[in-house]
Design a protein around this ligand. Structure first.
Ligand SMILES: [Zn+2]
Ligand SMILES: [Zn+2]
Length: 389
């Protein structure tokens, strides 16, 4: 079916006002400033590329670690309703059997994917279990361990890992980074208390990204309390100082204040910063107590409807979608065109998916959002199909 979407069109570096996005056979056929003749036209205030979430654990009651195709579809439908047309389901700490079940469930859904299954899933983010013991955060500590080739080689061999995380200071981390880079993963350091020196070694081994900036990572203060003086530079300084490094923020307004969100964008620019939800199963669920990770072995946390937390300990990831994150960035003073880029093209570029998604570019998939003036979601198109829910 051929048709056209019109409004202020959000391109990676500019806005076409008005612009016209021509869709043909599920792909973006053309983007023009002149109205087409003879095509059905749908108008909205804003036309945006669909979002990509490279760090997401679940939603609508399901965690990807539940390890069933039904859980994957439930979470992917939930995130599609928040504008994510592509997700990389993200592991937590867990047993080898739980990780295998999660990976296989995602592969199964991907193999039979249709728009009715929710967001596309071109791979997963292998996140837990290789975390530093003192930076496990809200994940189950029982599932934390150091990387060993006997475990991770089998996961990498599936070719379904797009992002691979490991704390840089763990024994075996550098071998893991080299192996993951050789398999084409975006290699990332997270849940880590790494020093600058450890980050330099990690970078040489292929590490190029840090998970959820300022959360569960080293700081000058954390390194001082571990190693004393002279104070040392941390993951934060390494990312800011290294042009080839990218990172991500949980922009729910609960994890980071507006000035930190704006600071991250000012320092890194929209090409090195991704918006992620890091959402858990409590997204779109009532306040209450939930498991983070697998539904029988995951750790407990509470959701108050605005954020996940462990009473007396700290935050336990977000309960918001990417549409909310974009609005929070704009409220923090970031230009809309940059906020959209950080939720679409930048995560696509960093994970090797920009050839067919991430921007309103002719030839790419017609995964498109229509937004209202207040940036709430009006409608979602997947492969040119209007999504109904
Ligand atoms: Zn985390
Ligand atoms: Zn996470």
């Amino acid at each position: 079916m051929n048709f056209c979407l019109t409004g202020k069109v959000l391109l990676p570096d500019t806005i076409l006002d008005p612009g016209f996005v021509h869709i043909r056979d599920g792909l973006i056929h053309a983007v023009t400033t002149a109205a087409p003749t003879g095509l059905p036209l749908t108008a909205a205030p804003w036309v945006s590329p669909g979002f990509l979430d490279i760090h997401v654990h679940g939603g609508a009651g399901a965690d990807y670690m539940d390890g069933t195709p039904a859980a994957v579809i439930t979470a992917n439908r939930a995130h599609l309703r928040h504008g994510a047309t592509t997700v990389l389901p993200t592991t937590t700490t867990g047993s080898p059997a739980e990780l295998t079940a999660m990976l296989q469930a995602c592969q199964q859904v991907a193999a039979q994917w249709t728009p009715s299954h929710g967001a596309r899933l071109p791979g997963i983010h292998f996140y837990g279990p290789y975390f530093a013991p003192e930076k496990v955060g809200c994940h189950s500590p029982a599932g934390q361990r150091s990387p060993v080739p006997a475990e991770y080689e089998a996961f990498l061999a599936t070719g379904f890992l797009r992002v691979a995380t490991c704390a840089a200071e763990l024994p075996g981390a550098l071998d893991f980074y080299r192996a993951a880079a050789a398999h084409g993963c975006l290699v990332t350091c997270g849940h880590s208390n790494a020093t600058w020196t450890q980050m330099e070694a990690a970078f040489t081994a292929g590490m190029r990204h840090v998970d959820h900036f300022w959360c569960a990572m080293s700081s000058v203060a954390s390194l001082r309390s571990t190693y004393g003086t002279p104070m040392q530079a941390s993951m934060e300084q390494f990312v800011l100082a290294t042009p080839d490094m990218s990172t991500e923020v949980i922009a729910d307004g609960q994890h980071l204040s507006p000035e930190l969100l704006r600071f991250a964008w000012q320092m890194l620019g929209p090409r090195r910063l991704c918006l992620v939800t890091d959402a858990n199963r409590a997204l779109d669920m009532p306040p209450g107590t939930y498991r983070f990770g697998h539904h029988t072995t995951g750790s407990w946390f509470e959701s108050n409807g605005e954020v996940g937390f462990v009473p007396g300990q700290g935050l336990a990831s977000s309960v918001c979608g990417l549409d909310h994150m974009v609005r929070q960035m704009v409220a923090a003073g970031v230009p809309l065109v940059d906020a959209i880029r950080m939720a679409s093209l930048t995560p696509a570029e960093r994970t090797g998916l920009a050839h067919d998604r991430g921007s309103l570019t002719p030839g790419k998939l017609a995964d498109i959002l229509l937004l209202n003036d207040d940036l709430t979601l009006r409608s979602v198109y997947l492969a040119g199909n209007l999504v109904h829910w």
